[in-house]
Structure formats: C-alpha cells, structure tokens
Ligand binder design. Structure first.
Ligand code: ATP
Ligand code: ATP
Ligand code: MG
Ligand code: MG
Ligand code: MG
Ligand code: MG
Ligand code: MG
Length: 258
C-alpha cells in the first residue's frame, strides 16, 4: 500500500455519527418484508393467509429472541412483519440504532432463507428476499401497549378485509370488482353477508403471533447472569391471543417489568 501515512483514521472516522436510542425507553424494532405482495404471488402463498409462511416468520422470530436473550423480551408478528421489543434497560450495542436494527434484520433474513425449505418443502426459493427495519423508542408501558394494540388492530382489519376479498374472488368476481364492492364497506356486515364463519378461522390469522419467554422460576437468574447461552432463560413460546386487553399482560407481568 502506497502513502500509508496519508490515511488518517481519526479524521475519516470523525464523519461518523451514531444515533443512539434514548435511554430508559422501550425500543421497538419493526421489520417488514420488501415487496412481499410480489414475493407471495411468485411463491404461490395460499390467500389470504398462508400458514407455512406465517410459521416460517414465527420460527425466525423465536430465533431472534434466543439470539438476544437478555435484551428482547417480546415480539409480535403478522403478515410479513414482526415487531421486537427490547427492554427499557437494554444496553445492546450501547443503544446504537443502526447496529441494533441492522443486526436484527439481517439475522432474521438469513434465518428465513435457511429455514425456507423446512416450511416450503415443495417449492424452491426463487430469489433472495429482503426485509427493511426501523427502531422507535416508546417512553412508557402505556404507549408501548398502544403501539402493540395498533399492530393487532391492523391485523384484525386486514384479515377481515382479505377474508371478504378472497371469498368474493373465489365466488367468481374479478379482483377489481371485489375491491370495488369492499370500498368503504362495513367489514363486519360484509362478513355476515358473505356467510364467512370468521370466528372459526385459526387464531393465528385473526390475532397474529406473540413470541416470548415462557415464565419459569429461573427467569430471574437468567436476567441477572451475563452468560451468552439462552438455555438458562427457559423456552421461547408462540401464542395467538388478544394483547389489546389487560388480560394477557396481567397473566404475564414479567414481560414488561422494568
Ligand atoms: P412493502 O415493500 O412496502 O412492505 P409489500 O408488498 O411487502 O410492500 P405489505 O403491506 O408489507 O406490502 O404487505 C405484505 C403482503 O404480503 C400482503 O399484502 C400479502 O399480499 C402478502 N403476504 C404476506 N404474508 C402472507 C401470508 N402469510 N399469506 C399470504 N400472503 C401474505
Ligand atoms: P464485530 O461483531 O464487532 O464486527 P468481528 O469479530 O466481526 O466483531 P471485525 O473487526 O469486524 O470483528 O473483524 C472481522 C474478523 O473476521 C477479522 O478480524 C478476521 O478475523 C475475520 N475475517 C473476516 N473476513 C475474513 C477473511 N476473508 N479471511 C479470514 N478472516 C476473516
Ligand atoms: Mg414496508
Ligand atoms: Mg412488506
Ligand atoms: Mg407488511
Ligand atoms: Mg469488520
Ligand atoms: Mg464484524
């Protein structure tokens, strides 16, 4: 290498600005599949809800929790998105936003690709999927819960809409006609009109997926020790339940404890 002395690391480094995520706030990292409308078409996802695709997403989210057992306390997923909640006191990457987001999103994506064949044994992955990611800080449990409620309401409304849409398409309507007839419609009424047995749809479709550490007696020891192994933290589980009401949070008080 020529002129090695002319390279000034401090000077070059001085252009870097790390944005740090505010202290003592819950960090939410939300990732979302890029162009999954097309990805799901090309890979022939069952519409409106492909169970294999959702199970693959859930499996990747579980691995993310195990990868960051001391930092991520909860995750909520629906469709091609997942929200990961980092606890208020986390010091992961000294709370540097780009490090946190990029590591989670790349770990999730590579896991998705590695496990694809476990969930889609009959169809090959046709191109490398990507996910985007962002981090948002929430300063109180109330606002964090409002965030999660917003995602679950979105899941509900989208699922109602998609159930009606695909029922209309199945009954012979063109996609455009189906879209027209649902414009501004009261979805609850439409569901009745179309005789959709909404409540007997799988809970995973209606309520999305919540991923968290199963409460065990040794959870406290897990949080206190700094070992890398996630084994000591118990098991990661997935449930499909209402996270808008207080019931879930009263049953699992340790998830958001400070
Ligand atoms: P963007 O890149 O802006 O996120 P997108 O095409 O991914 O664009 P989204 O709003 O994220 O748009 O919606 C994801 C789309 O992926 C859904 O509308 C749906 O068509 C499809 N999709 C995702 N998961 C599933 C699934 N499990 N079953 C069927 N379709 C799915
Ligand atoms: P961090 O997570 O902080 O980035 P790191 O272990 O990845 O930690 P880096 O400073 O990024 O540390 O250095 C990457 C290391 O990976 C190198 O020090 C080297 O040991 C190894 N490495 C990367 N690419 C190669 C390669 N092509 N051949 C041999 N070793 C490599
Ligand atoms: Mg997006
Ligand atoms: Mg998307
Ligand atoms: Mg999406
Ligand atoms: Mg390096
Ligand atoms: Mg490195």
């Amino acid at each position: 290498v020529e002129d090695i002395d002319n390279v000034k690391p401090e000077y070059v480094k001085s252009f870097e600005f790390d944005s740090k995520l505010m202290l003592l706030t819950w960090i939410v990292v939300r990732i979302d599949g890029c162009h999954f409308h097309r990805f799901s078409d090309l890979h022939e996802f069952v519409k409106p809800n492909d169970e294999r695709a959702l199970n693959l997403m859930n499996s990747c989210a579980m691995s993310v929790l195990k990868e960051f057992p001391h930092d991520i306390v909860f995750a909520y997923g629906v469709s091609d998105e997942y929200s990961f909640i980092l606890k208020k006191t986390t010091d992961l990457f000294q709370r540097r936003a780009s490090k946190i987001v990029s590591t989670i999103v790349s770990f999730f994506t590579s896991t998705y690709v590695m496990r694809w064949k476990d969930f889609f044994s009959q169809s090959e992955l046709k191109y490398p999927p990507s996910f985007d990611g962002r981090a948002v800080c929430y300063p109180s449990i109330e606002i964090l819960r409002d965030y999660l409620s917003w995602r679950q309401v979105d899941c509900h409304i989208n699922n109602q809409y998609n159930s009606c849409f695909w029922k209309l398409v199945a009954s012979g309507k063109r996609k455009r006609e189906a879209q027209q007839s649902l414009k501004g419609a009261q979805l609850q009424k439409k569901i009745e009109e179309l005789a959709i047995d909404y409540n007997s749809l799988p809970a995973m479709f209606r309520q999305g997926s919540s991923v968290f550490w199963e409460k065990m007696d040794n959870v406290l020891t897990c949080n206190k020790q700094n070992g890398k192994s996630s084994e000591s933290c118990g098991r990661v589980i997935v449930e499909h339940c209402d996270i808008i009401g207080s019931g879930f949070w009263l049953e699992h008080p340790s998830i958001l404890e400070e």
